[in-house]
Design a protein around this ligand. Structure first.
Ligand code: BGC
Length: 716
């Protein structure tokens, strides 16, 4: 439709029809048998059939067939025949499930992110989805929060890279084309900073920290052309995000120039009341629209109150018009006026979903997401040996390795760990014992007996996918049930034992790691998980995952992150009055950026091309990296910088760049990073983006802890 035609359509809408565009409902509201009678959920929302026949969008969809049925029934009944836009949470795959976003974060690989988003978009588009509620670009620092599984990690720079890659991957060469879908970055903003890691809790971060650390990934998504932004449930500077005019209008629209649609999170507009920010639903509707929420997801303050607010002069109709225009523009960009069934195709669904190419993509991304935490000469296992392998634990032979946001994914379609291993080395050498998380005495005995007979034991343990994700906060980070007891009994046998961990968050694993000869962090690896893990265990592929989140030594350290401030009393051993715990170290068990592989790398001859940097000029940091082991592998060379003195305090180090290099045994390469003044900027107390002349320390190495330091000066 031309803009002129769209304008004409817009002008023809009644007030009620305009308000309807702002309402988003779940598919069941639209089902034919529901239209015509008031049902429970409708009563709960206080909405009528007329409201449904004017609604603008749908949340969640079961596939092409359902989409077509709903759209055609809707269009038949709706007077102005404005197609519904279908939105859904396609977070780490549609039916072909990829590793959870935290695992994706550990790939440090933008090609992987792009690949995942492309496959997701193609499958979802065939299933009738136009918009995905992804990427979730929240910065996370607290493993207690269940939604760490949905984030790419604790670093603003890395998260921003992923935000860009995912948005570009989903939206492809235009959201009007089949196979591409619009992206929605969420949850704006600072949802990851919920106090004590408790879901939906209060957030209180200063404006300069928001801007310096929590905003960059959202800004990157906006710069990449993301079409929608979703508000967070939490407060931002004392005002709930879904009613926060400063956040949604001043920052997002005015400063960043975002022109797309803002959608509330699920029920978040009504929740302004519980927050104590709105006195009733009418007030919530007014505050949310004034703040700039265009679509209200799954609450009904807009259909129930906007008309009255506008007719009584309590709300400027212009605000409604702007919101409606943005929604119609999105629909037009998707091409829904030309084809309301855009993308949806049962034939394509059959052809694309779980096709070989998509499975292969999921396998490759999963391989890269696995992080080898420890390896005392156990891995890789020899596929040609005669060794008998026992796979034991709650993840030994289950398809439940998809992770929390995979509602189209099916366990029976995923490759279990045991299947992956059987396929690689033959059934005869493998025995799998799938256990519960809480084992009876008898079950432990059975596990021990099985391990006793084997030469190699793979302990497949962790926490269920239901223990992370939304509503999945934990106060303990230990392994659920009595898995630790199981592990101890197995370790006592002194077999070659490999722990493979399945989890949606860093767990408290220091005892386990202490005793286990080898530990592989698998997160939730998705549909091809069993293949990918087996590829790594048997050395067909060398591990290359690097932690994008610190693994705490104990839950008491949370929140813990590498890019912390120094404090006035940095830790000095044996000095009580320096920052530390009496009963635990300050450092995490494993730092950000950490990960082993099947070879070793040596760093030498690190140099800066000059020790003085002037604005507008660059200096080069170069370092020689050598593969000093016996097999080819990929190293992720990391660049960090510290601003020694700032007008506000600065983190002890911040990731500013990284490069992956693949090296054969004995191969050497010179890795080069360019440093310029823009990389040294930060948000000061006046919320300006500035750099300070003075001393900086560039650091290069394999993770955020083992770094070679190179000081330089920034001069005016
Ligand atoms: C979650 C969002 C999600 C939405 C729709 C909410 O509860 O916080 O991340 O996109 O539901 O399913």
């Amino acid at each position: 439709m031309t803009e002129q035609q769209l304008r004409e359509l817009f002008e023809s809408l009644t007030l009620e029809e305009k308000i309807g565009q702002l309402l988003q409902l779940a598919p069941f509201f639209f089902k034919e048998n529901i239209i015509g009678e008031i049902t429970g959920p409708m009563e709960e929302l206080g909405i009528t059939n007329e409201d449904i026949s004017r609604a603008g969008s749908v949340l969640g969809i079961g596939g092409a067939k359902e989409m077509k049925e709903i759209q055609s029934a809707y269009l038949e009944r709706s007077e102005k025949k404005i197609p519904l836009v279908f939105m859904a949470d396609i977070i780490h795959g549609y039916r072909t499930i990829f590793p959870i976003p935290l695992g994706l974060g550990c790939t440090w690989d933008m090609e992987s992110a792009h690949k995942m988003a492309r496959v997701s978009a193609m499958e979802a588009s065939a299933g009738g989805v136009h918009v995905t509620f992804s990427p979730m670009v929240d910065l996370v620092r607290d493993a207690r929060w269940g939604r760490v599984m949905e984030s790419t990690g604790e670093d603003p720079y890395l998260n921003a890279q992923f935000a860009r890659a995912l948005v570009e991957g989903y939206q492809g060469d235009g959201i009007h084309k089949d196979g591409n879908i619009a992206a929605c970055a969420k949850h704006f903003a600072a949802y990851g900073a919920v106090e004590s890691g408790r879901e939906y809790n209060t957030v209180d971060v200063s404006e300069f920290i928001l801007r310096d650390q929590y905003f960059p990934s959202f800004k990157a998504a906006v710069d990449a052309g993301v079409k929608l932004i979703m508000t967070a449930f939490n407060t931002v500077l004392g005002i709930p995000a879904s009613g926060n005019k400063w956040l949604l209008r001043d920052v997002l629209r005015k400063e960043w120039g975002f022109k797309g649609v803002v959608i509330s999170d699920y029920g978040a507009v009504k929740e302004l009341i519980a927050h104590g920010y709105a006195k009733d639903e009418r007030d919530a509707a007014k505050k949310a629209l004034e703040a700039g929420v265009d679509i209200e997801m799954m609450s009904s303050t807009y259909p129930n109150h906007l008309k009255d607010l506008i007719e009584n002069g309590d709300l400027d109709v212009q605000l409604l018009d702007e919101a409606v225009w943005r929604i119609l523009t999105l629909k037009n960009e998707i091409g829904l006026f030309e084809n309301p069934y855009k993308g949806a195709s049962e034939e394509l669904e059959k052809r694309l979903i779980l096709c070989d190419a998509h499975r292969q993509a999921a396998r490759e991304v999963a391989q890269k997401s696995l992080v080898l935490l420890k390896n005392e000469h156990v891995l890789p296992l020899d596929p040609e040996s005669k060794e008998q392998i026992a796979i034991i634990g709650p993840f030994a032979d289950t398809g439940a390795i998809l992770g929390g946001w995979s509602w189209h994914g099916r366990f029976e379609e995923s490759v279990t760990l045991a299947d992956g291993i059987r396929e690689r080395i033959g059934k005869e050498r493998v025995e799998a014992y799938q256990t519960p998380f809480m084992l009876s005495e008898e079950e432990i005995e059975q596990a021990v007996a099985l391990a006793q007979k084997a030469d190699v034991v793979i302990l497949a343990i962790g926490e269920s996918h239901e223990w992370s994700g939304e509503g999945g906060s934990r106060a303990f980070l230990t392994l659920p049930g009595n898995q630790e007891q199981l592990a101890e009994k197995i370790f006592e046998l002194n077999k070659k034992t490999v722990v493979v961990l399945f989890n949606g968050r860093p767990l408290e694993i220091r005892e386990l790691v202490h005793q286990a000869p080898a530990v592989l962090e698998a997160w939730f690896p998705g549909t091809e998980g069993g293949h990918a893990i087996s590829d790594i265990l048997f050395g067909d592929v060398a591990p290359e995952g690097r932690l994008s989140i610190s693994i705490p030594y104990t839950v008491g350290q949370c929140p813990i992150y590498y890019n912390a401030f120094n404090t006035g009393r940095p830790y000095v051993p044996n000095n009580r009055f320096t920052t530390h715990y009496i009963d635990a170290p300050n450092d995490p068990l494993y730092p950000f950026g950490y990960g082993l592989t099947y070879t070793t790398f040596a760093y030498s001859d690190a140099k800066l091309s000059r020790s003085i940097l002037r604005k507008g000029e660059t200096i080069e940091l170069s370092v020689t990296v050598k593969n000093t082991g016996t097999r080819a592998a990929t190293e992720t060379v990391q660049l960090y910088i510290r601003d020694v003195v700032g007008t506000v305090v600065r983190p002890i180090k911040e990731l500013k760049g990284f490069q992956k290099v693949h090296l054969a045994p004995n191969e050497t390469c010179r890795v080069r990073f360019t440093i310029d003044e823009t990389m040294l900027r930060y948000v000061n107390h006046d919320c300006q983006y500035v750099s300070d002349p003075g001393t900086f320390i560039a650091m290069v190495g394999p993770n955020s802890k083992e770094l070679i330091q190179l000081p330089f000066e920034l001069v005016e």
